[in-house]
Design a protein around this ligand. Structure first.
Ligand code: GDP
Length: 417
């Protein structure tokens, strides 16, 4: 589909914190796997008729093989997840597209996202759709087709559609970021179910707000619910459509300060998810539409070229700044939540297998010592018998000598008579 491959180097991206940690923990689990399998081979060798280990000992160690396998499966699939929320038409899909440097999700009039869309990397060169719970893959050639496919499948608001997009086309997807677009928070009474189904494992939440109006009660409500279910959620607020401010430059600073203060207040005082100072680093004024356009041009994609409004470069830099802070946050948070538990588990498994081997070693050492002791006792007994025999033989000899002497004496007495 004429896609341009991303060949920019991303070794400096903060996402590498996660990418490297993932590689490391996967490598460590390969070693743990080898170690456990070696232990099983050893246990097989020492179990049996005259063996040191019991079949139960063997089974206990063997059980670790599947445990390690299961963890390795989870680790291979681990990713960073960001979920986007906000009212319909605030620009969630456009923000996601701008971050992916391509028009992947349909956006705009007639393309209201009425279900959850999860964009993730595909290992093949094809793009395809899959609805949650079904194995059927729907090939997608283009964005418009994706839009039609989404309309045609008559999805429920709560259903989840996976959009697999070739990893090689987007740096974020290549580095294992999964992006979730949601229906507008204004269209549903089922916020709780949404959160339970799609948000509990999200590392970062992005509220896409409209800079042309203030935060709405529905938007605030949603995050109130999120913060009751997740302790200290990482929330970013994007005041989108900031390009609208270009038409009223005289109020720009004033409006920005007003919005920023309200957002800081919301995150720090209302939700209490961070300090006011931290909150300031989580609020951005951007234009997703301009950012997407800029990136499409960079990739030499055919786009209509409207003249960008005054100040578009500043807004674009702020968008890039958001991405950097977002990448840092998501990557650190995902390492903490996804890998901390597994590395603890890996350590425990290694320890438990070592303990099992130590028990076998101790038994073997004890058995050897017992054999040596048995031999020593036997040796002692033999020596005693030997000694007894010597004594008895000596006594017998004396007795015989005396008898011979007495017989000889008697014979000579008789002869001399
Ligand atoms: P969603 O419903 O939240 O996913 O919103 P969309 O991403 O579909 O955007 C709705 C409409 O707003 C589309 O026509 C976009 O082109 C437009 N839009 C998105 N971001 C901006 C922006 O920063 N500035 C302007 N002027 N329009 C935008």
């Amino acid at each position: 589909n004429g896609a341009v491959r991303v060949n920019m180097s991303n070794v400096d991206s903060p996402l590498q914190i996660f990418v490297r940690a993932k590689k490391k923990i996967n490598d460590i689990f390969v070693e743990i796997d080898d170690y456990v399998k070696d232990a099983v081979t050893f246990m097989h060798a020492v179990t049996g008729e005259n063996g040191i280990a019991t079949p139960q000992d063997l089974a206990n160690v063997e059980a670790y093989v599947s445990k390690v396998q299961a963890i390795r499966e989870v680790l291979k699939r681990d990713h960073m997840k960001v979920a986007f929320f906000g009212r319909t038409s605030n620009g969630k899909s456009t923000v996601i597209n701008a971050m992916l440097h391509d028009k992947i999700l349909p956006s705009g009039i007639g393309h209201t996202t009425n279900c959850f869309l999860q964009v993730e990397g595909s290992d093949t060169d094809d793009a395809f759709l899959r609805t949650d719970g079904s194995e059927e893959k729907l090939n997608v050639e283009s964005v418009s087709q994706l839009g039609h496919a989404l309309c045609a499948t008559r999805l429920q608001e709560r259903s989840l559609v996976h959009v697999y997009w070739p990893r090689e086309l987007c740096a974020l997807l290549r580095d294992d970021v999964v992006l979730v677009d949601s229906p507008g928070v204004d269209v549903t009474p089922n916020l709780d179910e949404w959160i339970d189904q799609y948000c509990l494992d999200a590392d970062v939440f992005v509220l896409v707000a409209n800079a042309e109006s203030t935060l709405m009660v529905t938007e605030k409500n949603f995050f109130h619910k999120v913060s009751t279910k997740i302790s200290q959620p990482n929330i970013f607020i994007l005041n989108n459509r900031w390009d609208a401010s270009a038409s009223e430059p005289e109020y720009l600073d004033q409006v920005r300060t007003q919005h920023a203060n309200r957002c800081v207040d919301f995150l720090s005082r209302e939700l209490r998810v961070c300090s006011p100072k931290e909150a300031e680093e989580r609020i951005f004024f951007i234009s997703a539409k301009e950012a997407l356009l800029t990136r499409m041009r960079e990739r030499e994609k055919p786009v209509s070229s409207p003249i960008l409004a005054e100040g578009h470069q500043v807004r674009y830099f702020e968008f890039v700044d958001f991405e950097r802070k977002f990448e840092e946050c998501i990557s650190k948070s995902a390492v903490r939540t996804k890998f901390a538990q597994h590395s603890r588990r890996g350590k425990n498994i290694a320890n438990e297998v070592m303990q099992a081997l130590e028990v076998i070693y101790t038994t073997a050492t004890e058995q050897k010592a017992a054999k040596v002791e048995k031999q020593r006792i036997l040796h002692e007994q033999l020596s005693a018998i030997e000694e007894q025999l010597t004594t008895i033989t000596r006594q017998m000899k004396d007795k015989i000598n005396r008898m011979v002497e007495s017989v000889e004496h008697k014979v000579s007495l008789t002869l001399s008579q």
